[in-house]
Design a binder for this molecule. Sequence first.
Ligand SMILES: [Mg+2]
Length: 126
Amino acid sequence: MSHTILLVEDNENNRNLLKDILGFYGYEVAIAFDGQAGVTLARELLPDLILMDIQMPGMDGMTACKILKGDPVTSSLKIVALTSFAMQGDPEKFLAAGFDAYISKPLDTRELPVLLKQWLSNGEPS
Ligand SMILES: [Mg+2]
Protein backbone atom coordinates (compact mmCIF):
# COMPACT_ATOMS: atom_id res chain seq x y z
CA MET A 1 0.00 0.00 0.00
CA SER A 2 1.44 3.34 -0.95
CA HIS A 3 1.62 6.25 1.41
CA THR A 4 -0.66 9.23 1.04
CA ILE A 5 0.91 12.66 1.20
CA LEU A 6 -1.15 15.81 1.53
CA LEU A 7 0.44 18.78 -0.15
CA VAL A 8 -0.76 22.19 1.01
CA GLU A 9 0.73 24.88 -1.21
CA ASP A 10 -0.68 27.99 -2.86
CA ASN A 11 2.07 28.46 -5.44
CA GLU A 12 1.24 26.66 -8.65
CA ASN A 13 4.83 26.05 -9.73
CA ASN A 14 5.85 24.57 -6.40
CA ARG A 15 2.67 22.54 -6.33
CA ASN A 16 3.26 21.05 -9.76
CA LEU A 17 6.91 20.32 -9.06
CA LEU A 18 6.13 18.56 -5.81
CA LYS A 19 3.18 16.71 -7.26
CA ASP A 20 5.40 15.36 -10.05
CA ILE A 21 8.16 14.30 -7.68
CA LEU A 22 5.79 12.63 -5.23
CA GLY A 23 3.96 10.88 -8.03
CA PHE A 24 7.23 9.73 -9.57
CA TYR A 25 8.20 8.03 -6.32
CA GLY A 26 4.85 6.29 -6.11
CA TYR A 27 3.12 8.29 -3.44
CA GLU A 28 -0.58 9.05 -3.52
CA VAL A 29 -0.91 12.83 -3.55
CA ALA A 30 -3.77 14.95 -2.28
CA ILE A 31 -3.63 18.69 -2.82
CA ALA A 32 -4.98 21.72 -1.01
CA PHE A 33 -4.43 25.33 -2.06
CA ASP A 34 -4.59 26.99 1.35
CA GLY A 35 -4.53 26.29 5.07
CA GLN A 36 -8.25 25.96 5.55
CA ALA A 37 -8.63 23.45 2.73
CA GLY A 38 -5.55 21.68 4.08
CA VAL A 39 -7.10 21.27 7.51
CA THR A 40 -10.34 19.98 6.00
CA LEU A 41 -8.57 17.45 3.78
CA ALA A 42 -6.25 16.35 6.57
CA ARG A 43 -9.24 15.52 8.77
CA GLU A 44 -10.88 13.64 5.94
CA LEU A 45 -7.89 11.67 4.67
CA LEU A 46 -5.62 11.35 7.72
CA PRO A 47 -2.61 11.28 5.37
CA ASP A 48 0.70 9.65 6.27
CA LEU A 49 2.47 12.95 5.85
CA ILE A 50 1.56 16.58 5.25
CA LEU A 51 3.82 18.98 3.38
CA MET A 52 2.66 22.44 4.43
CA ASP A 53 3.63 25.73 2.87
CA ILE A 54 3.90 28.60 5.36
CA GLN A 55 2.87 31.66 3.38
CA MET A 56 -0.56 31.22 1.85
CA PRO A 57 -3.52 33.55 1.35
CA GLY A 58 -6.33 33.02 3.84
CA MET A 59 -5.18 30.60 6.52
CA ASP A 60 -1.39 30.30 6.60
CA GLY A 61 0.62 27.17 7.33
CA MET A 62 1.48 28.05 10.92
CA THR A 63 -2.19 28.45 11.82
CA ALA A 64 -3.21 25.27 9.98
CA CYS A 65 -0.47 23.32 11.75
CA LYS A 66 -1.53 24.61 15.17
CA ILE A 67 -5.14 23.63 14.48
CA LEU A 68 -4.21 20.11 13.36
CA LYS A 69 -1.80 19.54 16.25
CA GLY A 70 -4.39 20.84 18.71
CA ASP A 71 -7.09 18.42 17.56
CA PRO A 72 -6.85 14.87 19.01
CA VAL A 73 -8.10 13.45 15.69
CA THR A 74 -5.21 14.92 13.73
CA SER A 75 -2.57 15.64 16.37
CA SER A 76 -0.46 12.60 15.49
CA LEU A 77 -0.22 13.45 11.80
CA LYS A 78 3.29 14.27 10.68
CA ILE A 79 3.57 17.78 9.30
CA VAL A 80 6.59 19.15 7.50
CA ALA A 81 6.87 22.89 6.88
CA LEU A 82 7.87 24.10 3.43
CA THR A 83 9.79 27.22 4.29
CA SER A 84 11.10 29.93 2.03
CA PHE A 85 14.73 30.94 1.94
CA ALA A 86 13.98 34.13 3.84
CA MET A 87 12.62 32.17 6.80
CA GLN A 88 15.58 29.82 7.13
CA GLY A 89 17.04 31.69 10.04
CA ASP A 90 14.15 30.90 12.33
CA PRO A 91 13.73 27.12 12.63
CA GLU A 92 12.61 27.28 16.26
CA LYS A 93 9.49 29.09 15.19
CA PHE A 94 8.35 26.12 13.09
CA LEU A 95 9.04 23.55 15.76
CA ALA A 96 7.23 25.73 18.30
CA ALA A 97 4.17 25.80 16.02
CA GLY A 98 4.14 22.01 16.15
CA PHE A 99 5.78 21.10 12.87
CA ASP A 100 7.66 17.80 13.01
CA ALA A 101 10.29 19.00 10.57
CA TYR A 102 10.89 21.62 7.92
CA ILE A 103 12.55 21.89 4.55
CA SER A 104 13.60 24.96 2.64
CA LYS A 105 12.51 26.00 -0.79
CA PRO A 106 13.84 25.82 -3.40
CA LEU A 107 13.67 22.09 -2.73
CA ASP A 108 16.60 19.81 -3.35
CA THR A 109 14.89 17.32 -5.66
CA ARG A 110 17.46 14.60 -4.97
CA GLU A 111 17.38 15.01 -1.22
CA LEU A 112 13.59 15.14 -1.00
CA PRO A 113 12.85 11.43 -1.70
CA VAL A 114 15.42 10.45 0.91
CA LEU A 115 13.80 12.71 3.49
CA LEU A 116 10.31 11.50 2.57
CA LYS A 117 11.36 7.91 3.15
CA GLN A 118 12.86 8.87 6.47
CA TRP A 119 9.80 10.80 7.61
CA LEU A 120 7.46 8.00 6.57
CA SER A 121 9.48 5.10 7.92
CA ASN A 122 9.69 6.10 11.57
CA GLY A 123 7.50 7.98 13.96
CA GLU A 124 10.04 10.64 14.65
CA PRO A 125 10.82 12.82 11.66
CA SER A 126 14.21 14.45 11.89
MG1 LIG B 1 3.04 30.22 -0.44
